[in-house]
Write a protein that binds this ligand. Structure first.
Ligand code: B12
Ligand code: SF4
Length: 446
């Protein structure tokens, strides 16, 4: 180790692995990522930090570091292990954290010197102190959730911004989610809790990021920004004077509160991403997506359209009540409501979710490690009312059809839609038209 006090830490965000076992790498990616810049912000200023996004940058495998800190999701875990091996061969200690490490600490520990289970806020400083003293433990787990009061500013100045097509700075206002959809790890990892930051801290972070980065656009990465409407209302009022543009995720039932929609728009909201998941109510009931009611879909989407508030929808296929008809029926619905943008994926029964537990019991998971390789368009389990191939050809068909010139015209051009000239309207539809025609998997450009 170099200096007694100052550490040289390399933070790595590993890329995803393709089903072929090769890492997904490219010159650019679509969106800036948060976690490594955030962990750098959590590190004392006296330590020297380097942040690398493995998807778009080369990892300095020969560099001199006292610690390599790797974040993990299930889809990036295999790559994290590969990276870790190279540093550990050089006797450089490696610590891993994130959703995958949290859900599978024992598996992760095989590939790391230390694993952080859950949030970093309470354990990062003790871990660094232990490392300085030469006694880093193998597992760190905070004994209580962080209070959200003094979260550090993510240090985006450490990212190579030229690598990201969209310059929207990720920011977090809340953690967790108050729903319990069967396919999702968020309620599992956060124990069903929903926590909010003090609004003045969020405002202060935005003002500082604007000043340091010179960027006026933000992406709230919260799983559900509107989990508490009273909080969201106050947050949106506080954002208004900042004059920023922002996007977020919220659940569709948020749109019942039309006053909240107006406040969001007033505050600079330009894009909301929504997990609609399915147009079949039986599917939604079966996966406990209890906040979505198909009978309300059209009204709730029109509430955004009337206001010109741009939205994108996430849809998943292969659920137990899906038959081959789901693909044309979904396309018909999306064209009927003139949805401006949609993302399509096959259900992914990741280890650690209630959905995976059920499919395990039903012996429907063919390859238990398949969730460690990423593709939104490969079916990793035995569907109930279709074959695996039906789901895979169906999803390609629905994506290509939705982004075909015919559908784009219908949804965005004739008659003119409030979204035609929105920056995520026609330009994004043309981008996805290209991606679909070429058969490029989602994971390649995210
Ligand atoms: C934003 C987001 C995205 C954005 C990323 C862009 C961006 N702006 O960051 C986009 C839309 C591109 C995206 C895409 C995908 N995502 Co995503 N995404 C998220 C989301 C909502 C927030 C991630 C985040 O930044 N959180 C903020 C940071 C600060 O929190 P954190 O990562 O949990 O880190 C804390 C601790 O975990 C810990 N920690 C984390 N890493 C480390 C490392 C060390 C060393 C230490 C000490 C501590 C530590 O400390 C942090 C502070 O307490 C999460 C859900 C969530 N609640 O986290 C899903 C999530 C990570 N995504 C998920 C998935 C599946 C995907 C996709 C594969 C979906 C798909 N089929 O295409 C793709 C993969 C893309 C890719 N290339 O990796 C899953 C992962 C599940 C899993 N088991 O790993 C999650 C958990 C959501 C879910 N339940 O479905 N995603
Ligand atoms: S609403 Fe979203 S974040 Fe919450 S449990 Fe469902 S899928 Fe997960």
């Amino acid at each position: 180790m170099g200096n007694e006090k100052n550490l040289r830490i390399l933070f790595v965000q590993p890329t995803l692995m393709r089903l072929s076992g090769t890492p997904v790498q490219s010159k650019k990616r679509l969106i800036m990522t948060m976690v490594t810049a955030y962990l750098a912000g959590l590190t004392p200023e006296s330590d020297h930090v380097t942040v690398i996004d493995d998807k778009v940058q080369k990892i300095p495998f020969d560099g001199d570091f006292d610690l390599v800190a790797i974040t993990t999701t299930t889809g990036s875990a295999q790559r994290a292990y590969e990276i870790s091996k190279k540093f550990r061969e050089r006797k450089i200690p490696v610590v891993m954290g994130g959703f995958h490490a949290t859900l599978h600490p024992a598996d992760t520990l095989v590939h790391a010197d230390s694993v952080v289970v859950g949030e970093a806020e309470h354990v990062w400083q003790p871990l660094l102190d232990d490392l300085r003293a030469g006694k880093m433990k193998s597992i760190y787990k905070g004994d209580q959730p962080c209070d959200m009061k003094s979260l550090p500013r993510p240090r985006y100045e450490l990212l190579d911004l030229s690598r990201y097509r969209i310059h929207m700075m990720p920011i977090q206002a809340t953690r967790g989610c108050n729903y319990h959809c069967d396919f999702c790890e968020v309620p599992v990892v956060y124990d069903g809790a929903y926590r909010m930051r003090p609004i003045e801290n969020i405002v202060e972070e935005i003002a500082t990021q604007k000043r340091i980065m010179g960027i006026n656009q933000f992406q709230f990465i919260d799983d559900q920004l509107t989990g508490k409407h009273t909080f969201a209302r106050e947050l949106f009022k506080a954002l208004k004077p900042l004059g920023i543009k922002w996007s977020c995720l919220w659940t569709l039932n948020t749109n019942h509160d039309e006053e909240l929609l107006d406040l969001a728009i007033d505050a600079g909201c330009i894009h909301v991403n929504i997990g609609m998941e399915s147009i079949n109510q039986e599917n939604l009931n079966a996966i406990h997506k209890k906040q979505n009611h198909v009978k309300d879909y059209i009204d709730l989407l029109k509430a955004m359209e009337r206001r010109g508030l741009f939205y994108s929808l996430n849809l998943m296929f292969g659920l137990d009540h899906d038959t081959k008809d789901v693909f044309p029926a979904t396309l018909e619905f999306l064209e009927k409501v003139r949805a401006p943008l949609a993302f399509f994926s096959i259900v992914s029964p990741r280890e650690g979710t209630p959905l995976r537990e059920r499919l395990n019991l039903e012996n429907r998971v063919v390859d238990p490690t398949a969730d460690q390789y990423s593709s939104g368009h490969v079916c990793m389990f035995i569907p109930k009312n279709m074959t695996k191939e039906d789901v895979e050809t169906g999803i390609d068909w629905v994506q290509r059809s939705f982004y075909s010139p015919r559908s784009i015209m219908k949804r965005l051009i004739f008659p003119k839609s409030p979204y035609t000239f929105h920056r995520d309207g026609l330009p994004s539809n043309l981008f996805f038209n290209y991606v679909s025609r070429k058969g490029i998997d989602t994971v390649e450009y995210y």
